[in-house]
Design a protein around this ligand. Structure first.
Ligand code: AMP
Length: 284
């Protein structure tokens, strides 16, 4: 496995792979890899001969008071994990390589951003869309793999690819969890011992909400209230909890069809997100 730090270098690698008829699968990440990332690499490997993993902590998607400086990094460990997972090349650019000058323009996301992380992290998805657009132009893969854990991000990227006619297939992959249900996340290392032992209650709350829906509760506000009550028993604070139509992410009071229960919960040094997609069975 090669590590390439320049845009010119990664383009060369891909050109060679394409010239020998290999198809390219791409897994963009911010590093500090865990089994969630590895599942994306595995999915890409199943479908493609040549797998590119990018590791880049994108400053554009962090707000002024967010955790850009504290975001966990360990390139040596990431390199080893990517190699063992069977990646062919890791693209590891510096911020200066990606953004040599102040960006003269950015993608501005106008749809699907008035809910969930879009409201609690203003500008976040503009930064995500901009870096993903750049990475897709640089790598030009046949398919790119994203986790369902970041469901809003996945929906926005699918919209972007559609809106700009980017010739790539976007694949959404299931959320990988710890044995106790906590969604794997690079930020989990910042949980205190006590927070880590409590944190599985987030997924439990989502499962409980999904059960309420399965058993016939279709009032959005009732479900949100139930979940708020559960989450209020934790030691952190609720950033948001919502139930929305999926994949449109529209807020409707009377739920029907596919819906997403999604939450963000702030512990002392880590803000965690998770979600659960469920089909409304019928009304009671
Ligand atoms: P990140 O490095 O956190 O930006 O994530 C890179 C990619 O991995 C994104 O597409 C995420 O949605 C995905 N991802 C992160 N955590 C998980 C997880 N627990 N299961 C599956 N995919 C994940």
């Amino acid at each position: 496995m090669k590590v390439v730090e320049t845009i010119e270098g990664i383009r060369k690698e891909i050109e060679i792979a394409k010239s020998t008829g290999q198809s390219i699968g791409f897994v963009p990440t911010m590093g500090y890899l865990h089994e969630g990332h590895l599942s994306l690499i595995n999915a890409a490997k199943k479908d493609h001969q040549f797998v590119v993993v990018s590791i880049f902590v994108n400053p554009l998607q962090f707000g002024p008071n967010e955790d850009l400086d504290r975001y966990p990094r360990d390139f040596e460990r990431d390199e080893k994990m990517a190699r063992e997972a069977g990646a062919d090349v890791v693209f590891y650019p510096s911020a200066n390589e990606m953004y040599p000058t102040n960006m003269p323009m950015m993608i501005h996301v106008t749809s699907g951003v008035h809910v969930l992380c879009g409201t609690s992290r203003p500008g976040h998805f503009d930064g995500v869309a901009t870096v993903v657009m750049k990475l897709l132009q640089i790598v030009q893969p046949h398919a790119a793999y994203f986790g369902q854990k970041d469901a809003q991000q996945l929906a926005i990227i699918m919209n972007m690819v559609d809106a700009f006619n980017i010739p790539v297939t976007i694949k959404g992959c299931p959320t990988i969890r710890e044995e106790d249900g906590l969604a794997k996340s690079s930020r989990n290392v910042y949980l205190s011992k006590q927070e880590r032992s409590e944190a599985p209650f987030l997924y439990e709350a989502l499962c409980y909400g999904a059960d309420l829906i399965r058993s016939g509760m279709t009032s959005r506000s009732k479900i949100v209230d139930e979940l708020k009550q559960r989450l209020s028993q934790g030691s952190g604070s609720i950033d948001y909890i919502d139930v929305l139509a999926y994949p449109s992410l529209e807020r409707v009071e009377q739920l029907n069809g596919k819906v997403i229960l999604a939450l963000a919960y702030a512990y002392d040094k880590a803000r965690l997100i998770d979600n659960y997609i469920v089909e409304v069975q019928g009304e009671k």
